[in-house]
Design a protein around this ligand. Structure first.
Ligand SMILES: *Cc1c(COP(=O)(O)O)cnc(C)c1O
Length: 371
């Protein structure tokens, strides 16, 4: 590894420069830059097919997609939503900004997803929904979550921001629950620079989300309801169309690097990987490792050691969302032992399409040295 080169946890996928420039040229003729234009429609159609879902609504980013997906169900103010604290802060913010109360449920040490066996104990007469996260693309226990939701008449809205392209039991991951939310942020497996989408099966929800993302405007003189502005613009949609052409290669390149990490780290004492479900495909979005007690150093020591070699790993997710300053003393946050434990042990290693195999060799050499 060169001494001066910085290696970050990710690097945004981009199409060849000429391809994007060619693709945006028509905008200089049409002057149609946003407001559900031609490319917005085209990307919705192509993503519906790629993600293998019945319905899809594009959004300006993943967070607004989540916020509006939750809003679309019209839950009463102050109602309770059972969710995981082992996620990006966006998941919890989306619940709170909808004036709902997050009820944090612990996660499983095996894969970091919500512990379905602890959900039922948290249900009260005020519970209206479950918002689980397919964290790192690890698929939640969909069957059990659905069984509970059906039993208590709750909605299930999945935060699938990490799970682009994942399939479970032969179906697109976005086809489960009442809705799923994807992020197309620059740092995700598939990006539209900033962007996101809600996927679902009921057509009715498409119109509802359309209102929420476009000021409730249905025609020149009709504003049907109160809505926000969360539309994806045409430059972003074109970036998506270009990146989608190369997604196969991008995933193949990620897989090579993921497998090489695995080969190098599989038998290192004190380093553990999350389990993946057999019935789920892997999108190689992240390479999280858990630094267990048997390892020679703590997670934080290892993080610093990598940093000294200009390798920027991430403590992703630490702290758990329930422990952030903005939620201090606001919500119940006991019985979150597993979530806190893995957040203290987890380290996400650099993984992206163009990451050098020699860089991975260098990173894993540092990790193996400490045993
Ligand atoms: C990235 C992310 C989001 C938010 O998506 P943005 O497109 O950045 O707004 C939400 N939830 C999770 C788990 C994420 O990783």
């Amino acid at each position: 590894m060169e001494e001066t080169k910085n290696i970050y946890v990710t690097q945004s996928s981009m199409p060849p420069y000429e391809e994007y420039i060619e693709a945006i040229k028509p905008l200089w003729d049409s002057h149609w830059l946003t407001n559900m234009g031609k490319y917005h429609k085209e990307l919705e159609a192509q993503l519906k097919e790629y993600l293998d879902v019945l319905e899809l609504s594009l959004m300006v980013n993943g967070h607004m997609a989540l916020e509006l997906a939750i809003q679309a169900f019209g839950f009463p103010e102050g109602a309770e939503v059972i969710t995981t604290p082992f996620t990006f802060i966006s998941t919890t913010h989306a619940i709170v900004r909808n004036r709902l109360k997050p009820v944090f449920c612990d996660v499983k040490k095996s894969d970091g997803t919500i512990d379905e066996s602890k959900i039922e104990d948290l249900i009260t007469e005020r519970t209206v929904a479950i918002v689980p996260v397919h964290v790192y693309g690890n698929v939640c226990n969909i069957e059990e979550i659905q069984r509970i939701a059906d039993k208590y008449n709750l909605k299930v809205i999945y935060d699938a921001a990490h799970a682009f392209g994942v399939r479970y039991k032969g179906k697109g991951i976005g086809s489960f629950g009442d809705a799923s939310v994807f992020s197309f942020h620059a740092t995700k497996v598939f990006n539209t620079i900033e962007g996101g989408a809600v996927t679902f099966s009921e057509r009715r929800l498409y119109d509802k989300l359309y209102n929420l993302k476009n000021f409730g405007i249905r025609s020149e003189e009709l504003v049907a309801e109160v809505g926000a502005n969360a539309k994806m613009n045409e430059f972003a949609a074109i970036m998506g169309l270009c990146n989608l052409r190369h997604i196969g290669t991008a995933l193949d390149e990620r897989k090579k690097r993921y497998d090489f990490y695995m080969e190098n780290l599989r038998n290192v004492k004190g380093i553990r990987m999350f389990e993946k479900k057999d019935a789920a495909t892997n999108n190689y979005a992240y390479f999280p490792i858990l630094i267990e007690d048997g390892y020679g150093k703590s997670r934080d020591e290892l993080y610093m050691l990598l940093k000294e070699s200009n390798i920027y790993s991430r403590k992703y997710f630490y702290p758990i969302t329930a422990d952030h300053a903005c939620f201090k003393n606001k919500y119940r946050k006991d019985d979150l032992g597993n979530a806190r434990e893995i957040s203290q042990k987890v380290l996400v290693l650099p993984l992206y399409e163009m990451l050098g195999m020699d860089d991975i060799a260098g990173i894993t050499k540092i990790l193996r040295k400490n045993v």
